[in-house]
Write a protein that binds this ligand. Structure first.
Ligand code: HEM
Length: 510
């Protein structure tokens, strides 16, 4: 038998394929004793999928809650072969997300090469993330949010007009649809410098492309897990993998911003939107070179960073805010006493202010309490993770976390823990009174994350939601109708953000 006979022999092929599969299997299982060696409990993993088998067809909030109830406040989980420590222990959250943050700076992400996306704050790592985060943060100070509040107010007026028509015609609204249109209007105005006259229209290219970008259909297939289980393989696939993600619909938004920046470079007009405020903040960021203070970035780099943050503003701010407003209306409809108290608080404040404004919405403490309780009950981001960037040891070496390992706070499960929130399935804004808040660890609340890498858009989101709710609750009363579910339901699938379904509520004029 010569060498060519060996290669063409079916036996050789069968042996090679089996050997290869064996090596892959060994690799996929090589980490599975990582937690058991440390005495940390957790569900038993299976090859290739770790503990993620079937998660693409599950209801994640219920799944996470069941896991935490079964395995406790600290347990080990496997995303494919990657060890992932799940924690709902507030001291541990404080240590890893805040105190020892320099061990956990990054999120799990793949190296992005595409222009603009590579500057998204959410995917950047290490020092580059630190620099861009420090330069963008000043665009979200109270003063800057006040400047944007006029634009938000315009969108709130549009929302109220639209809700008034729906109240008159149908007496009810599909809350998710209504608030998605409103949130997109705010994003178009603030992050893209556009005025959408066609709120919710099927023909508007902005709306059409956004619908495609937010299409959730892949979240119900096993393919959605690949980047989570094998991020290095995903990165190695490089531009091919990125092409799946960077669609022509996403590129539509890049082009739109490029044109806006080009037009603005030739004009002295003031816009008071995020593009302008982010540009100001990022341009002011400096570095020291040979004892001299010089701008950190060139004009071209600033434009790319601004475009990155504006597109991210849409991705990070759309569903999160629309879902929270939807959940709030549902809870107000189901809890008429809370709605009445909120209405009375708003009406009382309207005596001191002419209209709903930046100053007015900051001056209604009960509104803040209601929103916080909604965000506790239904945190839109149900898991918040970090990637370990240098080896770490907790509690005198009782728990060891190696570089590249993932840690996760399952927010929904944390917020529904009996220990931190007695009677957790009760909707009760009083949990957020100053006295009750003072008696609870701040790390038991993670709706906007925590530590230096928390949500940079939190103040903006709160302003937008407060302005919308103040105006709506003043003019309309929400109530349950036949289609209103007893408990708000969320779509199944490996969703990153809770997707309310069947969120129909009745409406009447006050
Ligand atoms: C109700 C609305 C919102 C909620 C509940 C929310 C929640 C969150 C959470 C939980 C995180 C992860 C934090 C962490 O890892 O500790 C996050 C990150 C982020 N959010 Fe929000 N968010 C909301 C609205 C917005 C808005 C309107 C913007 C737009 C400006 C925004 C921009 C971002 C960005 C850029 C990040 C990544 C920050 C970084 O990596 O440095 N979010 N958000």
């Amino acid at each position: 038998m010569d060498s060519s006979d060996i290669f063409s022999s079916p036996v050789t092929w069968v042996v090679s394929v089996i050997s290869l599969l064996y090596i892959l299997l060994r690799y996929a299982m090589s980490t599975f004793n990582y937690f058991s060696d440390q005495g940390i409990p957790g569900p038993k993993p299976i090859p290739i999928f770790g503990n993620m088998w079937g998660t693409w067809k599950m209801n994640l909030p219920a799944y996470d809650l069941a896991l935490v109830k079964k395995y406790g406040k600290v347990f080990g989980y496997f995303d494919g072969p990657i060890p992932n420590l799940w924690i709902t222990d507030v001291e541990m959250i404080k240590a890893m997300y805040v105190k020892d943050f320099d061990h956990f700076i990054d999120r799990r992400s793949f190296q992005m090469r595409t222009k603009i996306i590579r500057k998204w704050l959410s995917v950047m790592k290490g020092q580059e993330w630190k620099d861009i985060r420090s330069s963008v943060t000043p665009a979200f100070t109270t003063g800057k949010i006040k400047r944007m509040s006029t634009l938000i107010k315009d969108c709130v007026d549009n929302l109220c007009d639209r809700v008034a028509i729906l109240t008159e015609n149908d007496g009810k609204i599909d809350a998710k649809m209504t608030f998605s249109a409103f949130t997109m209007d705010v994003i178009a105005r603030c992050a893209f410098g556009l005025k959408l006259d066609t709120l919710g229209s099927k023909d508007d290219p902005f709306i059409n492309n956004a619908k495609f970008v937010f299409n959730q259909s892949t979240n119900k297939t096993p393919a959605v897990l690949l980047p989570f289980m094998y991020p290095k393989l995903f990165s190695a696939l490089g531009s091919f993998a990125e092409r799946l993600f960077v669609t022509k619909q996403l590129k539509f938004f890049f082009k739109l911003l490029e044109n806006v920046l080009k037009e603005r470079s030739q004009s002295n007009e003031k816009f008071n939107d995020f593009i302008e405020l982010a540009d100001e903040a990022i341009s002011e960021f400096t570095k020291e070179v040979d004892g001299k203070t010089v701008p950190m970035w060139t004009r071209e780099a600033i434009d790319e960073i601004v475009m990155g943050q504006s597109t991210l503003f849409m991705l990070a701010g759309f569903d999160t805010t629309a879902t929270t407003l939807t959940s709030t209306c549902f809870q107000l409809a189901r809890n008429p006493d809370v709605q009445e108290k909120l209405f009375q608080s708003i009406v009382a404040k309207m005596k001191d202010y002419d209209e709903v404004s930046h100053e007015m919405v900051q001056d209604v403490p009960y509104l803040e309490m209601v929103i916080q309780e909604v965000l506790r009950f239904y945190p839109p981001l149900i898991r918040i993770e970090r990637q370990c960037t240098k080896d770490y040891s907790y509690d005198n070496g009782r728990i060891k976390i190696k570089k590249d390992q993932i840690i996760t706070v399952p927010t929904y499960a944390l917020h529904h823990s009996e220990e931190y929130y007695p009677d957790p399935e009760k909707f009760d804004p009083e949990r957020w009174s100053p006295e009750n808040k003072a008696n609870r660890s701040p790390y038991a609340y993670m709706a906007f994350g925590t530590g230096p890498r928390n949500c940079v858009g939190m103040r903006f989101a709160m302003e937008e939601m407060k302005m919308a709710l103040c105006s709506l609750v003043q003019k309309f009363r929400f109530f349950p109708v036949e289609e209103t579910p007893v408990k708000l339901q969320f779509d199944d699938g490996f969703v990153q953000i809770l997707q309310p379904i069947h969120a129909v509520v009745g409406l009447e004029f006050r």
